[in-house]
Design a protein around this ligand. Structure first.
Ligand code: ATP
Length: 360
């Protein structure tokens, strides 16, 4: 079963060349890709080391720029994400991140100051997460993808406190949904669906309760859908989608949804498709006006640091997504195939990485 990432064909090779988006030279030889590597905290550095090992084994040339960022760095000298580093990143092709966050740093500092700042400043408006559910006697194995809007919604930070700490305290947290933001996300999802065999796209929202944002999402979904008459479309409320994820994920091909619903739904997707150690993700700027970022879905897992129990496969598959995005399609496919082989999936962090690298 192939993950059929499909971003390998999006935009098409011709479009990439026309728009000068490719990293290939005139005769088609791959050049070295400039990668910013943020190992981060906890198990992050260990799983990224395995990812880089596998990419090297696949014969892809990377020019690596290491960045020491995350919770540990913050505790050391208060640095989260300096603007100067963001500027440096604009010259890179992609970013490859392990995990950031440590239990000693108060919630929000690294999430908002590093991860969300990265998404907003680099305009990584697509969060793409592929899933594979293995088959049983009733169903064949199946792969599907969730496209989560990555820069707006409740994550935009609208809101605040009034009379904080008093009995009359008020806290508000708004959801920001712009026509521009919603439309570009939905358009990406339709384009992605059009490259896949099933040609099916589901909008997930909560239009019966979130009547303003939901209305904008639904209207935009139908409007863009008119440009894709071959794509069959469905709408699911997010609560129903949670049931279908568990009971019948085969009904899905590509799903598009807002930031918060996508965050929750993709953790559920990880749980039904082999667990957190396998879940990969891409934070994309499809127009390549800034580097896209690739990371495993899991966090820094402080409970297993240094035990060798961290499965590096999620990081390795995120590396395959990164190669796919860089047009290193053959290498990406080889890695994906090696990760899907049960023979590579036992042992310590390093043993799993070695087994995948050997197969590649
Ligand atoms: P975050 O908020 O950053 O997501 P978290 O502690 O909520 O952090 P994780 O760090 O993903 O979430 O850890 C959740 C659980 O999954 C932990 O028990 C952890 O050990 C386990 N886990 C996470 N990643 C892996 C992995 N690659 N291999 C094996 N177990 C993992």
């Amino acid at each position: 079963m192939s993950l059929a990432f499909a971003i390998r064909d999006f935009p098409s090779e011709t479009e990439r060349r026309e728009k000068n988006l490719s990293n290939y030279d005139e005769i088609g030889d791959a050049v070295s890709h400039k990668v910013g590597v943020i190992g981060g905290d906890g198990i992050g550095p260990a799983v990224i080391a395995e990812g880089l090992k596998v990419i090297e084994a696949a014969g892809v040339n990377l020019e690596i720029h290491n960045y020491d960022l995350g919770g540990e760095r913050y505790l050391r000298d208060g640095t989260v994400l300096p603007d100067s580093v963001l500027e440096e990143w604009r010259d890179l092709d992609v970013l490859y991140l392990g995990a950031v966050g440590t239990p000693d740093v108060p919630p929000g500092i690294i999430e908002r100051g590093l991860l969300l700042k990265m998404r907003f400043e680099l305009d990584l408006y697509i969060n793409l997460r592929p899933f594979i559910v293995t088959g049983d006697e009733n169903n064949d194995g199946h792969d599907f993808m969730v496209i989560r809007e990555n820069t707006e919604g409740t994550y935009a930070g609208e809101g605040g406190f009034l009379r904080k700490g008093t009995p009359q305290e008020i806290a508000t947290q708004g959801s920001v949904n712009t026509r521009h933001g919603v439309e570009r996300c939905i358009r990406y999802a339709f384009q992605l669906a059009s490259t896949r065999e099933q040609q099916h796209l589901t909008l997930v929202h909560k239009t019966n309760v979130l009547t303003f944002a939901g209305d904008l999402w639904e209207r935009t979904f139908h409007m863009v859908g008119e440009e894709y008459p071959n794509i069959e479309t469905t709408y699911n409320h997010v609560d129903a989608a949670c049931i279908y994820f568990v009971e019948n994920p085969q009904r899905y091909d590509v799903i598009v949804t807002d930031n918060l619903f996508g965050d929750i739904l993709t953790d559920l997707g990880g749980a039904i498709s082999g667990g957190i150690g396998l879940a990969s993700s891409a934070n994309l700027n499809p127009e390549k006006t800034s580097p896209s970022m690739f990371e495993p879905v899991h966090g820094s897992a402080p409970d297993i640091v240094g035990t060798g129990k961290a499965n590096p496969t999620a990081a390795i598959l995120s590396g395959a997504l990164m190669l796919d995005f860089l047009n290193e399609n053959e290498a990406a496919q080889k890695i994906e195939k090696a990760c899907a082989d049960p023979k590579t999936q036992s042992g310590t962090t390093t043993e799993i990485g070695d087994a995948i690298a050997a197969q590649v």
